[in-house]
Design a protein around this ligand. Structure first.
Ligand code: FAD
Length: 281
């Protein structure tokens, strides 16, 4: 692949001051590796709106790494979204991760006026033309609510046609699912970069729960090995580091245009993979 590869790290906004301090310390540590950008999630249904805005502005202005807010449309009105976009644009933010999002459990019906991520991408283009580089989500193993794999591919293509510049995938542990997804959407005429989202393995029970909910499959051979380690956290982490580093190597060799690390606000698990890959920074 001729284009330059890009590397990024994702954070989530925390509820406590102590958590926020840890996030900033992690960001400073990761900034030394000169990532292309940091991103910060938007709590389900917009539940972290202010914390996401504040974190993004701090990452951009204090840590001095370009920061991309995630923005979801499921719980926000067009007026809310318009105000946020104007605020980000005025602060010099240039990249946005545009999502439909999920509602927090118990919140009931969606209150947003835009129903799907492609509607949000169109809205951002209408409001701010070409100012933002727009990232969207991709699901190599299919979004869990999609009617079918084919339908999900068509919906991904819709987001690209609405004006997305690139995509970040849900995490996965099977490189072939990524290559197959990219091949299929390219055959449908979409050539935007699709960057693998990488989840370091640090805690098996949490990972298993989360993977069930978001539709990411942990292959049996990985699951069985992780289960065999029981409470031996060190072995889980060492094995996880090896498996994920090997997968990343395969992804990059196979033409993936970069990597996006889900840090969960911790530097070490992502950095261990980064160093194993000898990424040129
Ligand atoms: P969409 O692309 O809208 O897809 C959602 C579902 O609807 C899919 O099943 C799709 O096939 C279907 N669909 C899409 N368009 C149409 C259409 N026009 N007509 C009919 N059906 C359609 N969640 C958060 O709440 N906050 C975050 O910060 C956040 N960050 C994320 C970052 C990444 C990189 C990823 C991969 C996910 C993230 N999520 C986040 C989770 C995401 O919001 C959920 O997976 C959500 O359920 C779907 O969002 P989406 O943008 O992919 O939605």
């Amino acid at each position: 692949m001729s284009q330059e590869r890009r590397f990024s790290f994702e954070f989530y906004p925390t509820k406590t001051d102590a958590g926020h301090e840890k996030l900033l310390a992690t960001a400073h540590q990761l900034a030394r590796y000169k990532p292309d950008f940091f991103s910060c999630t938007y709590g389900a249904g917009g539940s972290t709106r202010d914390r996401t805005v504040n974190t993004v502005l701090q990452l951009e202005q204090e840590v001095k790494v370009p920061a991309a807010p995630h923005l979801s449309c499921v719980g926000d009105s067009k007026a809310d979204l318009r105000a946020l976009l104007a605020r980000y644009q005025a602060a010099g933010i240039q990249r946005i991760v545009a999502l439909r999002g999920d509602l927090p459990s118990g919140m009931g019906m969606a209150s947003g006026e835009l129903r799907h991520a492609n509607d949000l991408v169109s809205f951002i283009r209408e409001e701010s033309a070409g100012h933002f580089h727009i990232e969207v989500a991709a699901y190599p193993e299919m979004h869990p609510q999609a009617r079918s794999f084919e339908d999900d591919l068509a919906n991904f293509v819709r987001k690209a046609r609405a004006g997305a510049d690139s995509a970040i995938t849900q995490y996965f542990f099977n490189a072939d699912s990524y290559f197959y997804f990219v091949e299929r959407v390219q055959k449908m005429g979409v050539s935007i970069p699709i960057v693998p989202g990488i989840m370091p393995i640090t805690n098996y029970s949490k990972l298993a729960r989360f993977s069930d909910a978001c539709g990411a499959e942990i292959p049996r051979w990985i699951r069985k090995q992780l289960e065999a380690y029981g409470d031996d956290v060190q072995s889980i982490q060492a094995y996880g580091e090896q498996v994920i580093s090997e997968m990343c190597e395969r992804l990059l060799q196979g033409g993936a245009p970069g990597l996006h690390f889900y840090t969960l606000n911790q530097a070490e698990p992502s950095l261990a993979i980064w160093k194993n890959l000898k990424l040129p920074r």
